[in-house]
Write a protein that binds this ligand. Structure first.
Ligand code: MG
Length: 158
């Protein structure tokens, strides 16, 4: 059986935090705020994968009240999500994600992001699509108050 899942996430941009997207640290004046490394792209992908197998969401598995995971790399979250899929006899078919951010330019970092996610999910790079768009200056994301990401994932499950 093939199943699909959808994921969405958003985080605020603040000063004094590193900007981590798709597992890659990107030079920027602001970073995303959160309990983990706040990698909004990996969080959307994690929720898409969990959704595809009917699991509880990322907030259930990685609660922001758990001090033991403060600052956790979201690549580690993805690796754990993959393990949950393995336990449920599910294999990732593909992941497609879109980052919505006004700045910085994401294009140069996309190959590194795909490679990092590929490694975390143990999935070939050609099954991982990462895209980026701006919000054309509209709304909170347009004012660079934060970033959002959405993702879909397909899995095969026995
Ligand atoms: Mg998040």
């Amino acid at each position: 059986m093939t199943r699909s899942g959808i994921g969405y996430d958003a985080h605020r941009l603040v000063a004094g935090r590193a900007l981590i997207l798709g597992g890659v640290q990107i030079p920027h004046s602001l970073g995303l705020d959160g309990h983990s490394d706040a990698d909004v792209l990996c969080h959307a992908i994690a929720d898409a994968l969990l959704g595809a197998i009917g699991e509880n969401d990322i907030g259930h598995h990685f609660p922001n009240t758990d001090e033991g995971i403060r600052g956790i790399s979201s690549l580690a979250i993805l690796a754990r999500v993959r393990q949950i899929l393995v336990e449920k006899e599910a294999r990732v078919v593909n992941v497609d994600a879109t980052l919505i951010a006004e700045a910085p330019k994401i294009g140069p970092h996309l190959p590194a992001m795909r490679a990092a996610i590929s490694s975390a999910l143990q999935l070939p790079v050609d099954r991982i699509s990462i895209k980026a768009t701006t919000n054309e200056g509209l709304g909170t994301i347009g004012r660079s108050e934060g970033m959002a990401a959405m993702a879909v994932a397909s899995v095969e499950q026995n």
